[in-house]
Design a protein around this ligand. Structure first.
Ligand code: ADP
Length: 195
């Protein structure tokens, strides 16, 4: 019954940590970026609609993104908990998610913020561009995504801090060490992995 968010700049390692957390806490990791990319690859109506936006590193309109998350959270596996990666990213999405969860009698348990140095994340993303061939990982697109993140998404951190939900974790170093830092911070809040 754990409901978590993971936030951080592009390249902070959210996806990697999200997969590990999902396994440890027995919840699905739901990454809006992955869902958009799958829709683009499959040329679904949604994919066709958002392709140019995602390739440019801009944010998909809130109305589309909110609808996507609403239907994903309605699926059976997300009923008792989830880890959202890459959503919410705007203040509008924050209030939408709050209302959505409240309407189901649910609430977030914690928001994990991965803190990472700008230079480090840019070099990680360049490497990922080579390894995975992501169109939105060109150097200009990476820089643009960092700017969009700083402008649109950084304000969310204060909102979650004021709500008392924010856990800040250093995202640099070994993957295992970062995972341990996150687990310890969650344990300090009585949020435990599945046995
Ligand atoms: P990264 O963490 O590297 O920025 P993501 O995989 O999380 O990459 O997202 C890739 C792209 O998908 C974003 O640049 C944006 O175009 C789109 N996207 C993902 N999540 C959202 C969201 N919550 N709101 C708007 N657009 C989103």
């Amino acid at each position: 019954m754990t409901r978590l968010l993971i936030v951080g700049p592009p390249g902070a390692g959210k996806g990697t940590q999200a997969a590990r957390l999902a396994a440890a806490y027995g919840i699905p990791a739901i990454a809006t970026g992955d869902i958009f990319r799958h829709n683009i690859a499959d040329k679904t109506p949604l994919g066709i609609e958002v392709k140019a936006i995602v390739d440019a590193g801009d944010y998909v309109p809130d109305s589309l993104t909110n609808a996507l998350v609403t239907s994903r959270l309605d699926e059976e596996d997300a009923r008792d908990g989830f880890l959202l990666d890459g959503y919410p990213r705007t203040l509008d999405q924050v209030s939408y998610l709050d209302d959505l969860l409240a309407s189901k009698g649910q609430a977030l348990d914690a928001v994990i913020r991965l803190v990472a140095d700008q230079e480090e994340v840019v070099s990680r993303l360049r490497k990922r561009a080579i390894d995975q061939g992501r169109v939105d990982d060109s150097e200009a697109a990476i820089r643009h995504r960092q700017e969009v993140y700083a402008r649109e998404t950084t304000p969310l951190i204060d909102v979650y801090r004021e709500k008392g939900l924010l856990i800040e974790v250093d995202g640099l170093g070994e993957i295992d060490d970062v995972s341990t830092r996150i687990s310890e911070a969650l344990a300090a809040r009585q949020i435990a992995p599945v046995a």
